[in-house]
Design a binder for this molecule. Structure first.
Ligand SMILES: [Fe+2]
Ligand SMILES: [Fe+2]
Length: 241
């Protein structure tokens, strides 16, 4: 692959494609589009993609469950993420069904650098830690949604039923992205309001969570992970090295 094509980025032709879901919020939230060189690896690595996708669905469910254990005093989080965890496990079962149909053997595959690359920057004190974790969740869901949209036309030419399956996942991942983002914003706002009520002026401002700044911060990190050359192909890997 030449340098020009490996550096090229993709925009799913979502304006004309009938995905049944508006991808504009997802695409404008992400700081960059997926590199073309990532999509070009799909055909030769379909089995690996499905295995890692199964792992990602499982991990998405367990991340949501961990939050349910940790934040029992957050009713909205408990409600949204319990539903989300169930959906992720259903997706996991559906990926397993596709793998069985295509005779793809489930074997151990190491995770990509992607999620850990963002989580290492999560704040260590509360409630900033919760807000950061929810923002990272929003980026993972948004990127997954964007990649499903890119995969639909490519995979449909390889296996029509698998292409339809990826199309069916778009809607829920777009909703998960919004759920994570709304929770992050509302918990930051609630924290800021309570700080403003308890403290005055500079003292209160110092303790505020600037959610837009944190979104920008993680947006830059996410874009770096997605565009930098990656030695391993995975569902969330970067450009081909
Ligand atoms: Fe999912
Ligand atoms: Fe999801």
């Amino acid at each position: 692959m030449n340098a020009t094509s490996s550096n090229a980025v993709l925009r799913a032709d979502t304006a004309s494609a009938d995905y049944g879901v508006d991808l504009t919020p997802v695409q404008s939230f992400l700081r960059c589009a997926t590199p073309l060189s990532w999509l070009e690896q799909v055909d030769a690595n379909l089995g690996l993609l499905l295995i890692d996708h199964a792992n990602c669905e499982k991990k998405a469910a367990s991340t949501a469950l961990n939050l349910l254990y940790k934040y029992i005093d957050r009713p909205e989080l408990l409600h949204k993420l319990s539903k989300l965890a169930r959906e992720e496990l259903r997706h996991f079962e559906q990926v397993l069904e596709q793998m069985a149909r295509l005779e793809i053997h489930y074997e151990h595959v190491s995770p990509s650098r992607y999620a850990a690359g963002m989580r290492q920057h999560v704040a260590t004190h509360e409630p900033a830690k919760l807000v950061d974790t929810l923002i990272v969740g929003a980026f993972i869901e948004a990127r997954s949604c964007e990649r499903f949209a890119l995969l639909v036309p490519v995979i449909s030419t390889i296996d029509m039923a698998l292409g339809k399956f990826y199309l069916s996942l778009l809607k829920s991942e777009a909703r998960h992205f919004k759920d994570y983002l709304n929770l992050a914003s509302s918990y930051a706002l609630a924290h800021n309001n309570s700080e403003a009520a308890a403290l005055k002026g500079v003292a209160a401002n110092k303790r505020m969570i600037d959610v837009e700044r944190r979104i920008d911060f993680f947006g830059e990190i996410e874009a770096g992970l997605v565009t930098a050359p990656d030695s391993e192909f995975r569902f969330h890997s970067g450009a081909s090295s």
